[in-house]
Design a protein around this ligand. Structure first.
Ligand code: F6P
Length: 340
């Protein structure tokens, strides 16, 4: 068999580990692999590179993706969809492994519906793909945010300030939740809960009263009613670039105006997405990549390799793509145990 691999959507730590696992697992059974460059764009435009064992040696611990990524949606225009099918025929691809989040995987599902031999591997720092317990990229990216919060604590303490850390995560609050929990935030705002300004100000005042400073973690996806500036640009899947709304800056302005406490904000942005995968993401990406090859070898196209408890299993792409996986009530209850 000839395997094709693509990585689509926002990059995250662990992509190279997944690519390596796919290539080595396929090679072990005597199969060859090639990589498509820049996500679905590479399949649409036939941008392909061989993936030899040598190409994937020593990449497991490297951030980013050696194949490049993009947010190209090849199923908006029929002509692009036909180009995708033509590329797969021309390159003689027997199995395409699409490594991505909701958007990349929804394109994989569309390809499958059109008869394409595709299997999926879920990844995203947002941890918002349904059907899997965790996505790789999340642990590593969130650890960077926790580190940032701890650095902000030092300077907030020195200057007796409140500081807002705005983190990524799109419409799911997993990154903010874990950053706030692991980094001892005084209050954490997630998109799953309506914005409550009086509660926020109460927690900030309590923290400043107790320690002289306050740390607030805010997900980029929270709705403040009126966001600062214009609505962000949209990507090819119709998603607004939420970081452009600047909710952290707006929160800092409101906190300072209402409490008189000098307040700053920091947006961690893409710093979170770079850097090496941690142990958890290395192992998860490796297991999922290998499992995706096994699904393809078993003819289980249209499926996604996911983590369920201790096991990696295959589920239909449809099952994962119904809903965004958001933070559940039990997590929110735990989070608020630690509000100032
Ligand atoms: O989906 C991953 C993510 O990092 C989101 O958390 C964020 O909203 C978005 O990508 C940013 O996208 P881009 O890299 O296109 O600016």
């Amino acid at each position: 068999m000839k395997f094709g691999v693509l990585t689509g959507g926002g990059d995250c730590p662990g992509l190279n580990a997944a690519i390596r696992a796919i290539v080595l697992r396929a090679a072990r059974s005597g199969h060859e692999s090639v990589g498509f460059l820049d996500g679905w764009k590479g399949v649409r435009d036939d941008l392909v590179q061989p993936l030899s064992l040598r190409d994937v040696t020593g990449i497991l611990g490297r951030g980013g993706t050696i194949l490049g990524s993009s947010r190209t949606n090849p199923f908006v225009k029929e002509a692009d969809a036909q180009s995708v099918l033509a590329t797969l025929r021309k390159e003689g691809i027997d199995a395409l492994v699409a490594v991505g989040g909701d958007d990349t995987l929804s394109a994989a599902r569309e390809l499958y519906r059109r008869g394409g031999p595709v299997v999926g591997v879920p990844k995203t720092m947002d941890n918002d793909v349904s059907g899997t317990d965790w996505t790789f990229g999340f642990h590593s990216a969130t650890a960077v945010a926790v580190d940032a919060l701890e650095r902000l604590r030092d300077t907030a303490g020195s200057h007796h300030r409140a500081i807002v850390l705005e983190v990524m995560g799109r419409h799911a609050g997993w990154v903010a939740l874990a950053t706030g929990l692991a980094g001892e935030a005084d209050v954490t705002l997630v998109p799953e809960e309506p914005y409550d300004e009086s509660a926020l100000l109460r927690h900030v005042k309590a923290a400043v009263g107790a320690r002289g400073h306050a740390l607030i973690v805010a997900s980029e996806g929270i709705d403040l009613g009126t966001s600062r500036g214009e609505a962000g640009t949209k990507d090819e899947f119709g998603h607004e670039l939420l970081g452009q709304r600047g909710v952290g800056i707006e929160l800092a302005r409101r906190i300072e105006a209402a409490t008189g406490v000098e307040t700053r904000s920091a947006q961690i942005g893409h710093i979170q997405r770079g850097g090496p995968p941690d142990l958890f993401d290395r192992i998860l990406a490796t297991r999922l990549g290998a499992a995706a090859v096994d699904l393809a070898l078993a003819g289980r196209f249209g499926e996604l390799a996911v983590l369920r408890g201790p096991s990696i299993v295959g589920i239909p792409l449809d099952e994962a793509l119904g809903t965004t996986r958001t933070v559940s009530a039990d997590w929110l209850d735990l989070l608020h145990t630690f509000d100032a």
